[in-house]
Design a protein around this ligand. Structure first.
Ligand code: 5RP
Length: 219
């Protein structure tokens, strides 16, 4: 089974988390693209959504789903999104698609974060996938200096401006021993908009696809 097929499998499984009424939170990335395609394919009714990226918004609107301004919503039940890495405590690295800040906002509004992934995303320690840090452009240099002081090797992501008009520094091979502590430390550097560590607001449910089917873990 290809990784693409695994993503389709898990995306279909996530359809059961779509509420009969009310708002659904929708993340970003290729697994979420499969999820949106599955909504269309199986003609699932979605009352309304909040979206974590401009691309997701366009995709949802293209299949007739109303996308609400997050400021008009407040809180809602389920947020469905992928991850670049997820550990056994459901801490995640996210932001491979540069949508980390809006993803963190949408995740913070939800009662439950449903992470959809294929088994290649499961890790024992976060950090092999480059950790994204969204920065205000004028702070790129000083934030890089502060990140180097933490032992990181920040690399400016080429040709990437986020939906918020910011830049991304990727921290390569930055193995993370204490995800909550590191999330706090990096988020506190002036000029950082968001770090792509999702440890304080982690996933609640993990659906992950293997060649034998979709497994479900609940914390
Ligand atoms: C985008 C994200 C995605 O959820 C993450 O990169 C996983 O993407 P994919 O489903 O394509 O593997 O955080 O910012």
């Amino acid at each position: 089974m290809t990784q693409d097929e695994l993503k389709e499998l898990v995306a279909k499984e996530a359809l059961e988390f779509i509420p009969k009424s009310g708002v659904l939170g929708v993340g970003s990335g290729s697994t979420v693209v499969k999820f949106i395609e599955a909504i269309a394919k199986y003609k699932i009714k979605v009352d309304a959504a909040v979206s974590s990226s401009i691309k997701t918004t366009h995709m949802l609107e293209d299949i007739g789903i109303r996308v609400l301004d997050t400021n008009d919503v407040g809180e809602y039940e389920f947020y469905i999104d992928g991850a670049d890495e997820i550990d056994e405590n459901f801490h995640m690295i996210k932001g491979g698609g540069a949508c980390l800040t809006r993803e963190k906002i949408c995740a913070s509004m939800a009662s439950k974060f449903i992470c959809i992934a294929d088994e290649s995303k499961l890790v024992t320690q976060l950090g092999k996938f480059a950790l994204p840090v969204e920065v205000i452009p004028m702070a790129r240099k000083i934030v890089s200096i502060r990140l180097k002081e933490l032992g990181a090797n920040p690399v400016l992501r080429a040709n990437c401006i986020t939906d918020n008009g910011c830049e991304i520094l990727d921290l390569q091979d930055f193995m993370i021993e204490d995800p909550i502590a590191m999330e706090n430390i990096i988020n506190n550097i002036p000029g950082v908009v968001t770090v792509g560590l999702f440890a304080k607001r982690k996933a609640d449910v993990l659906l992950y696809a293997t060649k034998d089917g979709v497994n479900r873990k609940v914390l």
